[in-house]
Unconditional design. Sequence first.
Length: 317
Amino acid sequence: MENKQFFIHIVIPVFNTEKYIKKCLDSILNQTYKDFDIICVDDGSKDSSAEILKQYSEKYSQISTIFEENCGVSSARNNGILHCQNNGYICFVDSDDYLDSDFLETLVDAAKENNADVCYYGDCSILGNDRISALLGPLLFGPLRGPVRKIIKTSIVKQCLFNENLTVGEDFLFNCECYCKANCFKVVNYDENGKYNVNYSENSLIRSAISEKRTVDFFLGWLQYFKICQTNSFFGSDVLMQLLFNQLAEEYLELYGSYNFKHTSYKVDEILEAKKFIKKNKIFKFYKPETKLQKVKKIIYIWFRPFYKLIRKVFKK
């Protein structure tokens, strides 16, 4: 393994993005910072994505492609991580997105100046260069929940990996685990998109239909996020603590209103344990709803719980 301190491994999971993958790869090849390689992991694409990746791999020496059966985005990212051979940093890019030409250079310059383990785009008027701010990011800004828009030291990423048992929520949970192992952080101020441009294609997770499984996994992801922060004594930050209590309560209410305990078998044991955790840790005692709707939902759940699901269905109609 070469010791290249600021070498960047760019890991791209690919699934049926033939319309976008060329623009994605071209935007990376055109970066002003050149000390990188690109590891594409095709997750069993059914369109021409795999053929496009073969063509680019043959043409450009810094691009390599791994082919796997369809196992999901977390498996693809983990596969890419395992093929990162140098020290330095890992940067995740989704195959339907593209980068501004100075995306990498801006992050690397900031990492060099600050000897940062994690360097990411965020709002400097709110977030500081510390672990608590990094943990706050996913709670305050939706775009910071994903693994993109940042570089993280390879040595840290290889200790974490993505949870392949979650269909959603694995990304912010991965971030949380990385942040707990990092010592030095640097946030680079956002422009409109953080130099990272998103295409919301039909294959984007953000467009995936809401289902019971996704609702369960999203809740379990935030539950684990809460537990990690609790275990590592990060509740010294009142802001982080309150946001986590609020997030967990709101996700639980969403789950409680849609999960059918009598007619489902999906992660029943985990949900039952989660219910005990919610009660033991008095989540709803510390939950401070911000909107009128959230306040009403809390009141109904606490005082009229047997009717919560029925009232929720009526309001959804």
